[in-house]
Design a protein around this ligand. Structure first.
Ligand code: A2P
Length: 270
């Protein structure tokens, strides 16, 4: 007969769908990233999001959509978040520490997935602020480099400090022991700032419209629906403005059910 010792009694989670924080890093006053344990049953496609949150003061879960920033093969789940001082969730979430628990509903969904795009040669990832999160996942997925000859990560933030999370990730990838060989020299990075003087400046929308980004990267001016695919993630205004530009290039919006040349998702705020 087996005796049940104290150690063998499973720990009962205090929250429904609880996961434990394993790492927190504050990048700026406004931005932080964190990792949590991964539910054993969770399968997701790089680029998808899940609902995560904390228990509210009223005893009800306070949940928001967060893109998973880690790749689908990783043991832990990573998230990248803004801190909104009066935001119902992020004002609390920004205080989490290693060992704390958060709620994570293990039902991944989303349109920023490779399956929602028709085959192409060049993939543009266009993000502002925390909109880089789904691309932090896709940039670490070997499938991305299997499907495209060239991957261009355009990321725009107010200042250089806000680019740091993406910059450190992108710079680590070619020498990453797990996926470095897939990345090779396929990944190109075009970071810009809008409120601090840096090497490359300006909004993504302006750099696409003026043709500056194509010139800087030594590419033919503009995008073509024959070769170029795009994924967009940022604020509502950014997404709308980029959509217009992509449509002007002749690209059409795709979805899981009907793949086309570009896909869009709103970055989490609040
Ligand atoms: P800007 O500084 O000119 O507003 P935020 O931190 O406010 O979310 O903004 C992130 C980045 O997105 C900033 O560099 C900001 O530029 C830029 N941005 C905001 N709205 C748009 C838009 N509609 N089109 C292009 N870029 C935008």
């Amino acid at each position: 007969m087996q005796t049940v010792t104290e150690q063998s009694v499973p720990k009962v989670p205090t929250l429904p769908d609880a996961q434990t924080i394993t790492h927190v890093k504050h990048w700026t006053e406004r931005l932080f990233s964190f990792r949590v344990t991964r539910p054993r049953s969770l399968r997701f496609r790089s680029g998808e999001f899940v609902m995560i949150g904390l228990m509210g003061d009223n005893g009800k879960p306070l949940l928001r959509a967060y893109s998973i920033a880690s790749p689908s093969w990783a043991d832990e789940l990573e998230f990248y978040s803004i801190k909104v001082p009066d935001g119902p969730l992020t004002s609390k979430l920004q205080n989490i520490e290693e060992g704390d628990e958060i709620i994570l509903r293990p039902k991944p969904v989303g349109t920023l997935v490779l399956d929602a795009l028709l085959p192409g040669k060049r993939l543009w990832m266009l993000a502002t602020g925390t909109g880089i999160a789904p691309f932090a996942s896709l940039m670490r997925d070997p499938e991305t480099y299997d499907q495209y000859d060239e991957v261009i990560m355009m990321h725009t933030c107010r200042d250089a400090a806000e680019l740091e999370y993406g910059k450190q990730l992108v710079e680590s990838l070619p020498k990453d022991p797990l996926i470095g060989e897939f990345v090779g020299d396929k990944l190109r990075y075009y970071p810009t700032t809008t409120r601090e003087e840096t090497a490359h400046m300006g909004r993504i929308t302006d750099n696409l419209k003026s043709g500056k980004v194509f010139k800087d990267l030594g590419l033919k001016d503009g995008m073509s629906p024959d070769t170029d695919r795009a994924m967009v993630c940022g604020s509502l205004g950014f997404n709308m403005d980029v959509k217009t530009i992509l449509e002007d290039f002749g690209l059409r919006e795709g979805a899981n059910s009907e793949p086309a040349e570009y896909v869009v998702e709103k970055a989490f705020v609040g």
